[in-house]
Write a protein that binds this ligand. Sequence first.
Ligand code: FAD
Ligand code: UDP
Length: 392
Amino acid sequence: MEGRTDFLIVGAGFAGLVVGERLAAAGWKCVVVDRRAHLGGNAHDATDAAGVLIHRYGPHYFRSNSQRIVDYLTRFTGWHPVDYEIKSHAAGRHWSFPINLNTFEEWIGRPSTSEEFEAWLEKERVPIDDPQNSEEVILSQVGRELYEQFFEGYTLKQWKRHPRDLDPSVCGRIPIRTNRDNRYLRETFQALPDRGYTAMFERMLDAAPGLKLHLGVDFEEAKRRWDHRHLVFTGPIDEFYGRRFGALPYRSLRFEPESFTREQLIPREPVSGKPGFWQPAMQVNYPEAEIPFTRIVEIKHATGQRIDATTIVREFPKDWRPGDEPYYPVPAPDATESYRRYADLATREEHVSFIGRLATYRYYNMDQVTGMALAEADRLLARYGKGPQSST
Ligand code: FAD
Ligand code: UDP
């Protein structure tokens, strides 16, 4: 045994670092480990060989409706406000997306009004009062034609499941509007950490000297190295229990980055519409089945980084197998049912907390995970009180 710590935290993503920072600030000794070689979990960002700041595991658009969560993170970062705008590419052209009045005008090929679009939707919508799955949620809002073009193929590629076999919340994440608001997200606060996520997490660690980070260390090794009074686990819950009820389903991804110099970008200018960029928006979705990737992300549009080069990243969905990164829990009734058996075991643990996207098997955004970690820190502090290192 290398030593003793009060809290052992497995996973240095949003969940692990936020709970660790709070506990350390209250005077407890915390060790946080991650089997990856970097902090930040899936929100990790880094400068690539072309000098471009990229989001290593897919685009991470911070957004929140919670002032408490934003205020908490603001202790560690400034913000770069972004109106996250994307496009969808289908039938050989770019479309405004999420569906709004601009998309409708592109669809009918002439100028229109919100009133005309609403009347059109009234006729197209499939009357479903209480949508039970992702197909119904979109059909009930926009009808079959727009559903088939923008949602069906994309969802099949991303999840390898039909939208009717996924919870309504999956496609229901995407707003549908009859005005000209092109923003992809609904939340009131939309911004990126001004120096990136990794820099924000580094400041979190600096602020909490009682929180020690060990990278390249997995849970099995950590258990042998640090005796602890309480464990906070943010990895996959089925893995924690040795997959004794079978592996939970996940979707994985393969990321394919490609960088371009200023000279290489010149011929792309008619497509991107501005010098220094490869495509017209930070993200272009490809819903068509023949194209093997779901989206191309050019995060420089969102970060506002001033650099001549650019990097795009194509995202290819793939089946998850042990050893792959479990990027997405599957939001569907059968998967939730399988998770429940593990969740039952978790409720019987006295000295283990399960938080975060993988340990609670929830398709949560970063702000929701931050909220969950803050709440867990409050619960633990109510139970254990302040730590011996506490200054107050
Ligand atoms: P993670 O970030 O997954 O961190 C868990 C960490 O635990 C990992 O680093 C892992 O290596 C480590 N770990 C697991 N098991 C072990 C073990 N046994 N031993 C040691 N270490 C272990 N959210 C948004 O708000 N906006 C977005 O735009 C957005 N886009 C996304 C795009 C993609 C492609 C993905 C996959 C997710 C996206 N998210 C987005 C969700 C966001 O990534 C999560 O909400 C957030 O990162 C979850 O934090 P976490 O700490 O729960 O998990
Ligand atoms: N979706 C779709 N077409 C799109 C974009 C999204 O059908 O052009 C569906 C798809 O099922 C996707 C879900 O809506 O998984 C949520 O999309 P989002 O972009 O929020 O996914 P994430 O960024 O979490 O992968």
